[in-house]
Design a protein around this ligand. Structure first.
Ligand SMILES: C[S@@+](CC[C@H](N)C(=O)[O-])C[C@H]1O[C@@H](n2cnc3c(N)ncnc32)[C@H](O)[C@@H]1O
Length: 250
């Protein structure tokens, strides 16, 4: 059994099968990585995404992880094109394995996306233009929806800031940027357990931590032409944040 180090987790590879250690659990079947937390929150997230997926043609996920979420969303939305992306390219096999279980559905091959890398965002933008036949030369946003779940607290703040800026770059005017996860409001934790969670995260990696909604909102407004439209309470003291990129003036 070989151990592969990634910046975030240890992966154990045995007979071509990869076991990923999440914060507290890991399970594995075939080539697909399975995160228990992702499985538990997928339905609650989908229910809130439905109004947006009903209107969307092209969706980017930042930090697709195992691919479980896009698989779950695509099952109900076979006509929507989903573009997965992942920082940890060793997870591509899992994202592809889930996608292959939905033949005829529109889950694209994952793209490598380190949110702090501008070239990666250019690739994401060009991939969207090719999908929509806009031509690769245009710098305009093309995605209807950019989605990211459980990324902001398990990465450095600069990663979160970069995701907000990147979303503002690749979204169409009027498109939505949706985040799900644990957040603080006005610098305050929603519960003592979320404060404890923050301490645990920072103990694992000093650059991680539960982010403040107002800090994200400031970056979105000042640097990404996006406005915070709604904050939705989600199970287990999580939130969903709905941003919208400003419409072009007629
Ligand atoms: C806990 S996983 C969440 C995976 C998946 N979204 C889910 O909910 O199951 C944390 C994610 O943070 C992402 N991440 C960490 N650093 C990143 C970076 N520099 N750029 C983009 N994503 C990053 C990783 O891609 C990883 O998938």
């Amino acid at each position: 059994m070989a151990t592969v180090s990634t910046p975030h987790r240890a992966s154990v590879v045995e007979g071509g099968v990869v076991y990923k250690q999440n914060l507290s659990e890991f399970v594995q079947e075939d080539q697909k990585v399975f995160f228990g937390a992702t499985d538990r929150n997928k339905e609650a997230i989908l229910e809130k995404l439905r109004p947006f997926l009903n209107e969307a043609r092209l969706v980017l996920e930042v930090g697709s992880g195992s691919g479980q979420h896009l698989y779950h969303f695509s099952k109900d939305y076979p006509e929507v094109t989903f573009q997965p992306s992942e920082y940890d390219t060793s997870l591509f096999h899992s994202i592809n394995a889930y996608a292959m279980e939905l033949p005829g559905h529109l889950i694209k091959r994952p793209l490598e996306l380190d949110a702090t890398n501008r070239d990666h965002w250019s690739t994401v933008l060009h991939a969207g233009h090719e999908e929509e036949s806009y031509g690769p030369a245009s710098g305009n946003g093309v995605y209807d929806l950019v989605l990211t779940t459980n990324v902001f607290h398990i990465s450095a703040w600069v990663v979160g800031q970069s995701i907000v800026r990147g979303a503002g770059q690749v979204l169409k005017p009027g498109g939505h940027f949706i985040l799900y996860g644990a957040f603080k409001r006005n610098g305050k934790f929603s519960t003592p357990s979320n404060e404890q969670f923050d301490q645990t995260l920072r103990g694992r990696d000093a650059s991680w931590g539960v982010r403040d909604i107002e800090a994200i909102e400031e970056v979105a407004r000042k640097e990404a032409q996006m406005e915070l439209k709604n904050v939705i309470d989600m199970p287990s003291n999580n939130y969903m944040l709905i941003f919208q990129k400003v419409e072009l003036e007629e």
